[in-house]
Design a protein around this ligand. Structure first.
Ligand SMILES: [Zn+2]
Ligand SMILES: [Zn+2]
Length: 132
């Protein structure tokens, strides 16, 4: 009983942490944020819980950025920009594929497109500045 309650308390904290940030964090980042409040938290627990949330659709994964899987607490379809230099991930508001592109995709798939993920890669403003 005690174990179950402690376990779900950690799970709640992990989910809250990922929902409260816009930074699209890695498991390591979540672990660093929560460790001071939850001293017996392990990185393995964070990984396991994030994998579970991802599997049941509570959060989404953006794939691997600079070797680390990144997560998003916002599961509404939205577009991302990923800086391949510093690993920053930001939401791009109002960037959607034109209807014509979806129609083309449905042609190619020979079925119905239910959703899509759109990600742009490049250099963020800070990194672009440093390259000049
Ligand atoms: Zn950058
Ligand atoms: Zn996002």
């Amino acid at each position: 009983m005690e174990v179950t309650r402690k376990h779900s308390k950690k799970r709640d904290a992990i989910l809250q942490c990922i929902r409260e940030t816009k930074s699209h964090p890695s498991a390591e980042w979540v672990y660093q944020q929560l460790k001071p409040q939850i001293p017996d938290l392990s990185l393995g627990t964070v990984y396991r819980n994030l994998a579970m949330f991802k599997a049941d659709g509570t959060i989404q994964s953006l794939g691997t950025v600079a070797g680390l899987e990144r997560y998003d607490g916002n599961t509404d379809p939205h577009t991302h920009f990923i800086c391949t230099t510093c690993g920053k991930v930001v939401d791009l508001e109002n960037v959607e594929l034109p209807r014509a592109v979806l129609t083309e995709a449905e042609h190619g798939a020979g079925g119905i497109i239910g959703s899509y993920q759109l990600q742009f890669f490049g250099s963020c403003a800070d990194c672009a500045k440093q390259n000049h």
